[in-house]
Design a protein around this ligand. Structure first.
Ligand SMILES: Nc1ncnc2c1ncn2[C@@H]1O[C@H](COP(=O)(O)OP(=O)(O)OP(=O)(O)O)[C@@H](O)[C@H]1O
Ligand SMILES: [Mg+2]
Length: 497
């Protein structure tokens, strides 16, 4: 009886009512009831927000009926305001009614979160701020996570999306698309992606327009007035993304890409986060989470060395951890020793995911001049590089060298420290060295090294091994001939893990 009465009350409630205070005995909206109960208990908005663990902006929007309450939120209100299951019942009915009335499908396409997700607190906090709608009253918040291959862009996007959903945001659904770029040769066409998205939103095939512009407009129309999070994973370039953006506030977008996506920031005001490798403790923790405490505690120092040899890169760490798990008598120490030759690190693999292939997918997107510069930089004895040294090594002008270094930085195949200084992280340097040994003739390599040596002799070569921003590595460096002569395989498809 009680349930029936509440449902009947719920069906009379307007989701978008404007009256702030319900008249006595009159049907009230969820928001009006919530505010009345809060005030009855003498709680401020901030106090209620803190007790239900939602942010203040969210509670305020629900109270003013600008945002529909999620069932999660309603359950928390019931608990904190001590009103049985009143709010939960109303929120459940509202959700069902809204779905039925509008044929809303409520997509929930997010990948599962990683049970062993580590670190990234600063980035998660930043993403929280960007995605919470109350910060962005106009326009659609867009966050772009970029960084090198395998650094954890997708994992971070998914983790952040689940956090927002758990906090009651994006209650109308979440869309997730793998855009399959770059380097796979099969980057998804926005035209096809929109068809999948519209289908996922319940648009019957016969109503999906045959024209890209119209598809994009239909997508924006269907999302209008909704609170939907769109995750566009592994984007190739800005052009691929633009037709896939919602147009109205309430929605938000997270893009991941190996590219810095030049153009997107100026076109749509995206907030960019560049993801670095994990810190030392986080990297060791990730290995530990895979191999287990017993195995890690048997030789914690070896775990730390293994993490260093993986360059603290999540993909390499996961592959190393899985290697240890699947080779029962091959502990972290043995694998760390096997990985002293830098080229061996690139062969870390699990199933069809190979570290080297992840780098291939970025490398093959480079134009020939940039690709040549990358390979030759791998021959330098130093990790630290500036335009003058790069120009000398490649035998090109300094302006051209600057441009090529910027191209490499944009593809995250080199790390940029400031306007003039770059660094080639160990794994990428080993990868570049292997490519040079295979693709560039011995005489070309010798000439490049001679030009680099001449330059070093003539000027202050920034690449001294002890350069201020270059950490001393705790393991022996490989000899010049440590690389294999095996050709870096050309991947048939992107090798994201
Ligand atoms: N913070 C993290 N905690 C635990 N595991 C992580 C973390 N970041 C990444 N990983 C794991 O590392 C691997 C690589 O991460 P992910 O696929 O997210 O990288 P990516 O940057 O998206 O790679 P790509 O450039 O190929 O798209 C995955 O197995 C992922 O689960
Ligand atoms: Mg990814």
């Amino acid at each position: 009886m009680r349930e029936a009465a509440q449902s009947s009350e719920a069906t009379q409630l307007s989701r978008r009512g404007t009256d702030r205070r319900p008249a006595v005995g009159a049907p009230a909206t969820f928001g009006q009831l919530l505010r009345a109960r809060r005030q009855q208990l003498g709680l401020s908005l901030a106090q209620l927000a803190s007790r239900v663990h939602f942010d203040r902006g969210h509670v305020s929007k629900v109270e003013t009926d600008k945002r529909s309450p999620s069932v999660n939120f309603a359950e928390a209100c019931d608990r904190v305001l001590n009103v049985g299951d009143t709010f939960t019942t109303i929120a459940t009915a509202l959700e069902a009614a809204a779905r039925q009335q509008q044929g809303w499908v409520h997509p929930a396409q997010l990948l599962a979160t990683k049970h062993n997700f580590v670190g990234r607190r600063r980035f998660l906090n930043r993403l929280d701020k960007v995605l919470r709608a109350d910060e962005q009253s106009l326009g659609v918040p867009i966050a772009v996570i970029n960084g090198p291959p395998g650094v954890g862009k997708t994992a971070l996007a998914v983790q952040s999306a689940h956090r927002a959903v758990n906090d009651g945001h994006f209650a109308d659904g979440q869309l997730f698309v793998d855009l399959q770029g770059p380097g796979s040769g099969t980057a998804a066409a926005p035209f096809d992606v929109l068809e999948d998205l519209l289908r996922a939103l319940g648009v019957p095939t016969e109503h999906i327009p045959a024209d890209l512009e119209q598809r994009a407009a239909t997508f924006r129309s269907v999302l209008h007035g909704r609170e939907v999070l769109v995750v566009l994973d592994n984007a190739a370039d800005a052009q691929q993304i633009l037709p896939l953006l919602p147009g109205s506030p309430g929605c938000a977008v997270v893009v991941t890409s190996r590219s810095r996506l030049p153009g997107l920031i100026s076109l749509v005001g995206a907030v960019t986060l560049t993801l670095p490798e994990l810190s030392r403790p986080e990297a060791a923790l990730l290995i530990r989470s895979i191999i287990g405490d017993v195995s890690a505690d048997a030789d914690p120092a070896a775990v730390a060395v293994l993490a260093e040899r993986c360059g603290h890169l999540p993909l390499a760490l996961v592959l190393a951890g899985e290697h240890v798990v699947s080779h029962r008598h091959h502990g972290a120490g043995t694998l760390a020793t096997d990985l002293i030759p830098e080229q061996a690190r690139l062969d870390l693999a699990a199933g069809d995911v190979v570290l080297r292939h992840a780098f291939d997918a970025s490398y093959i997107t480079l134009d020939e001049s940039t690709a040549r510069m990358f390979r030759l930089l791998g021959l330098l004895p130093s990790h630290a590089i500036n335009a003058a040294a790069a120009a000398a090594t490649a035998g090109v002008g300094q302006d051209e060298a600057s441009l090529l270094l910027r191209n490499l930085a944009s593809a995250h195949l080199i790390r940029q420290h400031d306007e003039c200084h770059y660094q080639l992280p160990d794994l990428l340097r080993a990868y570049a060295t292997g490519l040079a040994q295979h693709l560039d003739s011995e005489s070309e390599r010798t000439k490049a090294l001679r030009r680099a040596a001449d330059f070093q002799g003539k000027s202050a070569f920034v690449g001294s091994k002890q350069h201020a921003y270059e950490p001393e590595l705790p393991f022996p460096q490989p000899s010049a001939d440590a690389g294999t002569t095996r050709r870096a395989p050309r991947p048939a498809a992107s090798t994201t893990a």
